[in-house]
Unconditional design. Structure first.
Length: 254
């Protein structure tokens, strides 16, 4: 995989050792944040910062996107290498899922990418996130390094690239199952077995997505970047019937 061939990155913070240790985190005065209900409910109240539009991006167009992908792949590979060498790959993967959920909140993402917010305040929030989400020390250190290097803006791309590296290291096939309603665990297990037969992968990881537009049934995407599709939805069947009858799209009255 291309993500495995990126230039390696060493875990080394720019902060002086007296101010910040890479192995141990110094306690900070906690910010007034709400962690009720777990990391997914992280809130940053009274953030007196107004951003003009979306957060800043590095580079523009295809060249900027390529640079971001390259950096994300390098950081993701570095983190995976640390996790693999310490025997914590599975736990680190779980950490990254938590990080993904936290940074999916736009307010959180803007807080960390805003250039006028003091870095120390961002580190304090990372410490609180680490405690609330029970992140491993090297995961927390990784986030702090991204802040120091001013590359926290590519965290979402890093999450995607880490998944690619993880799947490669563990011979895991990712299958995205989209359905109208939540499927039972036994049905997901059957789907996983089916994908395993199709791909020959050692492991199959299922991600679920809800989409009411399917009407009924489900779809399965797997392969490189979801390039392969198994469509068992009623929506697909209706589209095929409409095509055969040459009557265009069928409108359903709900």
């Amino acid at each position: 995989m291309a993500a495995l061939q990126q230039t390696p990155i060493t875990f080394q913070s720019r902060s002086p050792p007296s101010a910040r240790s890479a192995a141990k985190f110094q306690p900070h005065k906690p910010l007034k944040l709400s962690f009720s209900g777990g990391f997914s409910s992280l809130k940053i109240p009274k953030l007196a910062v107004k951003l003009a539009g979306k957060s800043r991006s590095r580079g523009g167009g295809a060249a900027g996107a390529k640079m971001a992908d390259s950096a994300a792949g390098s950081y993701a590979t570095a983190l995976a290498d640390v996790a693999n060498s310490t025997g914590t790959l599975e736990t680190t993967a779980a950490d990254i899922e938590k990080v993904d959920k936290i940074f999916s909140d736009e307010q959180v993402f803007y807080f960390f990418t805003c250039p006028i917010i003091d870095i120390e305040k961002k580190r304090m929030v990372i410490d609180d996130i680490t405690a609330a989400s029970n992140l491993q020390p090297h995961t927390a250190n990784f986030l702090n390094i991204l802040i120091d290097m001013k590359r926290i803006d590519v965290i979402k791309d890093i999450v995607k690239e880490f998944e690619v590296v993880y799947n490669k290291l563990t011979d895991t096939e990712l299958a995205i199952v989209t359905s109208v309603v939540k499927l039972e665990s036994q049905h997901l297990a059957q789907i996983a077995k089916g994908v395993q037969k199709l791909t020959g992968a050692k492991n199959v990881r299922i991600k679920t997505v809800l989409d009411p537009s399917l009407v009924a049934g489900f779809t399965i995407r797997y392969g490189n970047s979801g390039s392969k599709l198994v469509d068992m939805s009623v929506k697909k069947q209706l589209e095929e019937i409409a095509a055969q009858l040459e009557v265009g799209d069928i409108q359903l009255a709900v």
